[in-house]
Design a protein around this ligand. Sequence first.
Ligand code: ZN
Length: 425
Amino acid sequence: MANNFVISGAKIFKPEGTVDTANIHVSGDKISAITQGAVAGTDVIDGRGMFATPGLVNAHTHASMTLLRSYSDDKSLMDWLQKDIWPIEDKMTRRDIYWGAALAAVEMIRGGTTAFADMYGPDMEEVAKVVDESGLRGSLSRGLIGFADKGERLAGNVALYKNFHGTANGRITVMFGPHAIYTCPPEYLRKVANEAAKLGAEIHMHMNETQVEIDDCVKNYGKRPFEVVAETGLLELGFLAAHCVYLSDDEIDIIKRKKIRVAHNPGSNMKLASGIAPVTKLLAEGVNVAIGTDGASSNNNLDMVEEMRLAALLAKVDTLNPTAIPAAQAVQMATDFGARALNLKNVGRLEVGCKADIVLWNMRGVEWQPNYNPASLLVYSANCAAADTVIVDGKILMQNRELKTLDEEKICAEFTACANRLTKN
Ligand SMILES: [Zn+2]
């Protein structure tokens, strides 16, 4: 169905990081024009007092993990995963995956997120269903634990790709999700690379998240994670690497040569005390570094505004340099770089010909006053509840904070029932 409307007189965030007052014309799923001056007509959204940015892209998350928010906190990654998270994840049903992802979709739309890269267990078809119904964009991958895979998991990722890649007007894309070097031995990663290569599919994998992971990898394989993975063929396919907290110079060289896209997860890395990713260095080397929240059990929300702020602040503390990741660059990382990380073409920029994935942030709240610099206000002062109108593929998913595609009340009720059932005993 064609969507034709104009957002008039908004402050718009331009791809180069500057802000201008303009009208954004949407035709179908695209931005058809950006103009100056007065516009008239019936299909006009009043953008005055609004800051228009591209939709935020959550470059690494596990949507259905919303079910485990506040279930287990204040532990190291391995303790948290092995003792608490994996045992309860084993009990999740298809229904849990659906309602967990549905709640995540509500949270994302309400927070100005329009696209997300998701990796989770079986039943990713349920997440695809949520992406389709919500109107969001999702790059989905089946999380593959190599040690536990008798073949059905890899086959599940193949089926997910065949059934969903490019569906919902291209809003759903599918990647392969080998979980991590500590759950997938090299011979298994080779199998994943073969299957993905046959389909032309890309890879989404946790890389170099903790020092323990690096030490174990060197002990087991005599090399660091990127060096081991490079020998499996996976890095040739288009590769989204989540975390990248500990990187040697040789690994940074691999990342540059193979054009690896990095998803930085500052909140999760801080909460699990994993460490600080060398984001400033990667950006200086020209690496595409996007921002992700990770799952809601290690963050503990899917708030990309908070995550932009954490990325900007953590880079400054890390380098003791207040010029590291300025506000406008944080917004670029969460939009343009995020779309590139997910390999979404013509997404992430407010530019003629790009997909109409747009968020209008309401700048009337007191935390937006005075208004010298909207990008600064969004990153350093506002919170994600300022998201007023959210548009994906030219379709309005939320307007004046009213959800248009999802039944929030029903989703909350079903979600709570799932969480209660899952965690009893
Ligand atoms: Zn993760």
